[in-house]
Design a protein around this ligand. Sequence first.
Ligand SMILES: [Zn+2]
Length: 330
Amino acid sequence: MQDVERLKQRIPLLDYLRQRHWAARPAAGQQEFVGLCPLHQDTHPSFYVNARKNLFYCHGCGRGGDLIRFVELTERLSFRHSVTFLQRQLDPPDTSCALEQTAALYRLHLHRHPEAVQYLAQRGLCDPALIEELGIGYAPGGNLRSHLAARGYSLDLLLDMGLINQQGRDAFCRRVIFPCRHQNQIVNLYGRSIGAAFPHRLLPRSKGGLFAWELVSQFATVILVEGLFDLAVLWQAGFRNTTCAIGTHLTSSQWTQLSHPPGRSIYIVFDQDANQAGQQAARHLAQRLQSAEIMARIVQLPAGHDPNSYFLAGATTADFTHCLQQARPL
Ligand SMILES: [Zn+2]
C-alpha cells in the first residue's frame, strides 16, 4: 500500500489527465478543476478534479476516486493490473525488453512450424512481406521460460507479466502472435489460438494504442476494424489506412488518438454478427465521434461477415471499396 501511495504522488492525477488531453478550467477553489468527463458522454462539464487531494468526481455519472480508480475505469483493468500499468509508465525498460525478446523468439518459430503458416493462409494472410512487417510469430509452447531466464529475466517478472503460467509453460502456447506497439515499443501481445483453446488472448495489461497508429494517423481517412486479421487482410488488399482497437471498446488512449487532432474521417467496420453486438458498438462509437465533431460512417458488410471473412469469401478490393462508398455519415 505504501507503494501505491508513492505511485500516486509520482503521477499526479491532474498531470495524468492533461497528458491525455483533458481540457479543464479552474473551478471554485484554486486547486479545483472542471472539464468534460472522460468516463461518459458528457456535454456539460461535470468532471471535477481536486489537485490537492488528488481525487476526481463526476456529477454526471457519479463516478469518482483516485488515479488508480481512474485507470481501472478507463483501461478496464483490475486494481492490481492498474497499479502495474502505472508503474510501467514510470519504469518500463525491463518489461518492454522482455516483450521484445518474446516477440523475437516467436517470430523465429513461425517458419519452423508449418501448422502456424498454414493457419495464417487459412485466414487469408499469405504475403510473406506483410507477415514480416506485422512481426507475426508463433508460440509452440514450452521454451519461452528457459529462453528468457538465460537472458536474465526472473521467473517472477514473467509470471507477473502473464507470459508464462504457474506451470512455467508459455501462456500463448499454440497461438499465432501479433505484437502490439505504442510509440514504437511493444506494449502487449495478441495471441490467436490455432487449435481448440479460447480464441483470443492478450496479456493482462493495457492493449495500448490503436494498432500501427504511427503509420495510420498520417491518413485523413481512417478505417477502424475489430480484429487484427481484419486489419491484415485489408492491408494486404491495399487499405493501409486501416487500424484496429482489438475489440469494439476503445481505451482512453485509443480514443485520444482517434479524436486528436479533429478533422479526420472515420469508417467503422465492425463485425456483422447475429447478436448485433458489433453493430451496436459501432453506432455508439459513431455517435461519440460525432459529438467530438469527427465525421464517422458505419460500413455495412453482407450479413454474418467481418472484413476477414468477407475477403476469404472472395471479395475484392473493388467490392470493399464499394461498401465504403455506400456508407453514409450519421
Ligand atoms: Zn462522468
